[in-house]
Design a protein around this ligand. Structure first.
Ligand SMILES: C[S@@+](CC[C@H](N)C(=O)[O-])C[C@H]1O[C@@H](n2cnc3c(N)ncnc32)[C@H](O)[C@@H]1O
Length: 220
């Protein structure tokens, strides 16, 4: 498995805080895209914040917006520890957001109204497809028209892997959990359409990853 695909459970605990080398490697190129895509936004919900490393890097470099972290509760202690170590005025403690919970997670609104973007990195290949569907539905319900869903990770295109390392990674994921695996852009575009969103921009990223930016087209 290549480093960019390290999951949170593979995080390196040799530091005094759980640490993901993958986040260190990809944070700069992701930030460049976010600076462009989020220039007109005021409030972002990050789904699956993991260690919290992305959030402490992005929030102070995107000072015009509020960065709301979220994850399953098991990850909150670590995210909060990273926030305590690297505080920023626009960085917010994690919300409980578990797509697997019986009660539908509510995407709460901030004081200014609602999120106008949702960002998630390396989550769609971890959660099962029914949870990917749930995520897209919740996001579409929460976003205003022209709001953005920005997803980072490895993706297939019409059944084709983008690299041999991603093919190996997909096999690893599916052996571990048959319902996980690298998602196909065709399926994500179809799912987005079903939820009043369309693929607006895609960015080729280092190490055979991509960023897909979906935009909400009309009211759900
Ligand atoms: C591979 S980690 C990615 C973490 C971080 N975004 C990154 O890029 O390093 C996958 C993330 O998905 C989250 N996740 C897994 N199952 C979830 C669920 N049912 N609901 C919400 N988040 C979930 C994990 O807790 C974890 O933070």
């Amino acid at each position: 498995m290549s480093q960019q695909n390290l999951s949170n459970t593979d995080a390196d605990f040799s530091e005094d805080l759980p640490f993901s080398q993958a986040c260190e490697n990809n944070k700069q190129p992701i930030l460049k895209v976010l600076q462009q895509e989020l220039s007109g936004c005021h409030s972002v919900l990050e789904v699956g914040s993991g260690t919290g490393q992305h959030s402490v890097y992005f929030a102070p470099r995107l000072p015009h917006l509020q960065w709301q972290t979220s994850d399953v509760i098991a990850n909150h202690r670590v995210i909060e520890a990273w926030h305590d170590r690297h505080p920023a005025a626009n960085l917010h403690k994690p919300l409980v957001f578990d797509l697997n919970s019986d009660n539908l997670p509510i995407i709460k609104t901030d004081s200014q109204g609602s999120y106008d973007a949702v960002f998630t990195a390396n989550t769609l290949h971890i959660i099962n497809w029914s949870l990917v569907e749930r995520l897209f539905q919740l996001v579409a319900e929460a976003l205003p028209v022209n709001g953005k869903l920005i997803v980072y990770g490895p993706f297939n295109d019409k059944g084709q892997y983008s690299s041999d390392s991603n093919r190996q990674f997909d096999l690893y994921l599916r052996r571990r959990d048959a319902n996980s695996g690298i998602r196909d852009k065709v399926d994500l575009i179809t799912l987005a359409k079903q939820n009043h969103m369309s693929l607006n921009t895609q960015y080729q990223m280092p190490a055979n990853n991509e960023i897909l930016v979906f935009k909400k087209c009309d009211e759900v």
